[in-house]
Design a protein around this ligand. Structure first.
Ligand SMILES: [Cu+2]
Length: 324
């Protein structure tokens, strides 16, 4: 009897300390994975760096010569870097429902080469991205099994009129979608002792054409991961992710299609598979108790795209989170 009570107390102590256990948050690249207790706030910050440097078409790498043979567009994209800084907040309104808001600040750089004479040029855009609002619902909230559903709304805050020398830059260089968007998804995580396994499906659709006359394609993402936690403050994860983005509908009439494939909506159907490794760390004592630090590094493993574009070869995400 005494043993039973001790075990019971011990297990409640462990469970009530869940927010200070490393693997109770998914890898940092996965969002909307957990809910909060009523009245609890969480703030987060993420920095993302994505390098895009291989020219691809279909499912293989291409050369500048291949591009010139296939197109008579005047510019060839050779390199793109995307940096994003994301600030987020979450709030548990009751046992089941948590609300979230997230805002990104983007900085994009693209290098291009002129088809005619090989001259290089660079363009840059920076500013706010679209704002995302979400509601998370704890469908199953058992100590070792979580299932969280999510519904989201994105607001067209980011600019879609970015230009250089009076010429509109291509679709990938624009900071926002220009349209309201709706998203939905679910995340399931099962914990087994020091191991856990999770899966998430997400879908997003833009609700209409923007002021420039186009609408970004639907996005689908599927990811699954396993995680191992050698000590309660530290977990390591291995994750696979598939992202599919449908073709842009409509067209921005002011964009010069002949400039580059990035100015043509044909390029916009794409599927990317990535492999990511990451770690979560949570301070369990001391002045920094409850602060979480995490990183995730991913490499592109396979792709299938429509028309020439740059591959998102690698990405690094660093994150900080703290609940109050
Ligand atoms: Cu949170």
């Amino acid at each position: 009897m005494r043993l039973y009570v001790t075990l019971l107390l011990l297990s409640t102590a462990v469970f009530s300390d869940h927010k200070n256990i490393a693997d109770r948050h998914a890898p940092i690249g996965v969002m909307k994975d957990h809910i909060h207790k009523p009245g609890e706030f969480m703030f987060s910050f993420r920095a993302i760096n994505m390098e895009m440097n291989d020219l691809i078409n279909g499912n293989s790498e291409k050369s500048i010569l291949d591009y010139k043979d296939a197109n008579n567009k005047s510019m060839i994209p050779t390199n793109m870097n995307m940096k994003m800084y994301m600030v987020g907040a979450m709030y548990g309104i009751n046992e089941k429902i948590t609300l979230g808001i997230m805002q990104g600040f983007m900085k994009n750089t693209m290098e291009m080469e002129m088809a005619m004479n090989g001259m290089e040029s660079e363009s840059e855009t920076e500013g706010l991205g679209d704002t995302s609002l979400s509601a998370l619902y704890g469908i199953i909230d058992e100590p070792n099994l979580k299932l969280v559903g999510n519904l989201g709304l994105s607001l067209p805050v980011g600019s879609i009129d970015e230009e250089k020398n009076g010429m509109l830059l291509g679709y990938p260089m624009q900071l926002g979608s220009g349209s309201y968007g709706a998203s939905f998804g679910a995340t399931g995580i099962k914990y087994f002792d020091i191991y856990s396994a999770g899966v998430q499906v997400q879908g997003k659709t833009f609700l209409g054409r923007n002021d420039e006359g186009y609408r970004l394609g639907n996005e689908y993402a599927f990811t699954s991961w396993i995680s191992v936690m050698p000590i309660n403050s530290l977990s390591f994860s291995l994750r696979l992710e598939r992202k599919q983005i449908e073709r842009i509908s409509g067209i921005n009439e002011d964009m010069h299609t002949m400039m580059s494939t990035t100015h043509d909506t044909k390029f916009s159907l794409r599927r990317f598979d990535s492999v990511l490794v990451g770690a979560n760390y949570v301070f369990r004592s001391g002045a920094l108790k409850g602060h979480r630090l995490a990183f995730e590094y991913g490499k592109l493993a396979a792709f299938d795209v429509n028309d020439f574009q740059l591959a998102p070869n690698e990405q690094l995400m660093l994150g900080w989170q703290k609940a109050f």
